[in-house]
Design a protein. Structure first.
Length: 247
């Protein structure tokens, strides 16, 4: 997920393709399998995320999720000027995938996998909480496995599995979207907008909370710990060759 400086067209194309693939495969699985197949749908989403992070991570960072883009910007790890182009590419990819599903299935079969709130078992407030917390978990995982110094090679797996466990955990109640593009793409193609503002508000708030926490708590704490270690080393080894270099 570390951003490699390439032409903006390549990065935006990668975001379009990655988001298109996530919606086409993830929502496509939900459409084809119908209700009561949450494990298969969860892994369809998670594995797609893993594959495309491995494929496009060095080109665009492979956010394929507007909430991730906003969360990284809130964390100070992504340029603010690139937020809008990234989100537009992601939303266009998601809507294109939604209409592609509409075409290949010949109609809005199973609502094209649109994420809907089960109002028989949960309130809008409860749905907001699930989506906000799930998005928080996802952005937190991205920041701590793919963005933080010494990023883990297991980042694609960790991020993909976070998507999977969120769908397994509460997908039966909200669809486990945790992604505005995942919410919007099938909704536009199927013409279903019930509760969409709840999803979008929850996902963006969850992402921003994760980004702000990372920026003002985790990073500050890590910097302080590293400064303390340098000071301790300098005290124990006062020779010039052992002092920490000036910042």
């Amino acid at each position: 997920m570390h951003h490699k400086m390439t032409g903006p067209t390549r990065a935006l194309t990668a975001e379009f393709i990655g988001t298109f693939s996530l919606i086409f495969i993830g929502a496509g699985a939900a459409t084809a399998l119908g209700a009561n197949h949450d494990p298969a749908v969860a892994f369809a989403h998670g594995l797609t995320v893993m594959v495309f992070i491995a494929a496009f991570g060095d080109i665009s960072g492979c956010h394929i999720n507007p909430a991730v883009t906003v969360g990284l910007a809130a964390a100070g790890e992504f340029p603010a000027r690139r937020v809008v182009p990234y989100i537009l590419a992601q939303l266009v990819g998601a809507i294109a995938a939604g209409y592609c599903l509409l075409y290949v299935f010949g109609g809005p079969v199973s609502n094209l996998g649109a994420t809907l709130i089960d109002t028989h078992r949960i309130t809008y407030t409860g749905a907001f909480a699930f989506e906000a917390l799930g998005t928080f978990f996802l952005v937190n995982t991205v920041l701590h496995t793919a963005v933080r110094r010494n990023a883990s090679r297991l980042a694609p797996i960790a991020i993909g599995m976070t998507v999977t466990i969120c769908i397994l955990g509460f997908g039966v109640l909200t669809g486990g979207s945790i992604n505005p593009a995942r919410t919007i793409g099938p909704a536009v193609a199927a013409g279903l907008y019930d509760g969409i503002l709840v999803y979008l508000a929850a996902q963006l708030i969850g992402a921003i909370c994760a980004g702000v926490l990372y920026r003002w708590f985790w990073i500050s704490d890590t910097s302080a710990d590293q400064t303390g270690l340098h000071d301790e080393a300098a005290a124990n080894h006062p020779g010039p060759s052992n002092r920490a270099p000036a910042e």
